[in-house]
Design a protein around this ligand. Structure first.
Ligand SMILES: [Zn+2]
Length: 306
């Protein structure tokens, strides 16, 4: 049996867009007889108390997960072992570049913006020794491709850039791309459902998964929630977290109903939604969460049950 997952960063309260993605990840996993795992991505940006509030909000949505919650901060040994294996195969090299160095470096013709130009790929040992005196090194993956193609449930075949991306940051913290791939591989996750802002990361991650001998998961990158200005929904947009909504008298059941309605699913319960869930009929446009005062001037967003 495979597994899907939700992997929040405990940087603050989840908002309606995050909760919608979590619900979708649960629906995808449960509708395909998979386990559903919860992984807290707390390698940085962890705020005290945020994890407990996030898990409580997810439970209030009606979501349940299998097994214990996994925390990236407790898995350093696994990331170190993966890095050792890559190093032994000659697939890592030290990079001393600042962001500025990378932005200023001449890039190869036709290279995608932001692609690492390979500055440190072929330094001599003497050059590396001199640079180590000035700045701690990050570790980059020595890749053998320029791009990689993944298959996505909503986006079809998606080809994206694979450059020599960072796998260990120069502050010693495993890079997001490494930690995610190692975790998904070790946890047996074969279905990744997350916001479509991460679609462009999928080719790098799939390439690394292949290098590490893990299967490449099935992907579904789902549309994000936007505010009325078309920007990504954020807490400053007002009452968008369950705590903020509760202060206005809108409970978790009502919030879940609005999310399920936005997905074209029955709103009476999460299980009614599960029974009706068909990935092919999901909306592929972003969810624009408007918050215009209604005719009675209550300030509730359009679409809220009155
Ligand atoms: Zn470099």
């Amino acid at each position: 049996m495979g597994a899907g997952r939700f992997a929040p960063s405990p940087s603050g309260d989840l908002h309606l867009g995050n909760l919608r993605t979590a619900i979708l990840a649960w629906l995808f996993a449960r509708s395909t007889e998979r386990k559903f795992l919860m992984r807290v991505e707390d390698l940085d940006r962890a705020r005290a108390g945020a994890e407990a509030r996030q898990l409580s909000d997810l439970a209030a949505m009606g979501l349940s997960w299998d097994g214990e919650v996994v925390r990236q901060s407790e898995r350093s040994d696994l990331y170190a072992a993966a890095l050792d294996g890559l190093r032994d195969r000659g697939l890592l090299y030290e990079c001393f570049c600042t962001r500025r160095d990378i932005a200023d470096a001449p890039s190869a013709p036709h290279a995608a913006p932001g692609t690492y130009p390979g500055t440190c790929r072929d330094l001599t040992e003497a050059e590396r020794a001199a640079k180590r005196e000035l700045r701690p090194a990050a570790l980059r993956l020595r890749t053998e491709v320029d791009s990689f193609t993944v298959t996505d449930e909503l986006h079809g075949a998606y080809t994206g850039v694979v450059d020599d991306f960072v796998v260990l940051r120069n502050d010693g913290v495993p890079a997001y791309n490494l930690a995610v791939v190692v975790d998904d591989g070790i946890q047996g996750i074969d279905q990744v459902v997350r916001g479509d802002d991460l679609l462009s990361s999928a080719p790098r991650q799939a390439y690394l998964a292949k290098l590490l001998g893990y299967g490449i998961p099935a992907y579904a990158h789902v549309p994000l929630a936007l505010n009325s200005e078309g920007k990504r929904l954020a807490k400053r947009d007002g009452a968008v977290t369950l705590a903020q909504l509760a202060a206005e008298g809108i409970d978790a059941d009502a919030a879940r109903a609005v999310i399920l309605a936005s997905l074209g699913l029955p709103t009476s319960s999460i299980y009614a939604a599960l029974a009706a869930f068909r990935p092919a009929s999901l909306p592929t446009d972003p969810w624009v969460f408007t918050r215009s005062p209604d005719a009675r001037g209550t300030g509730k967003p359009i679409g809220w049950p009155s």
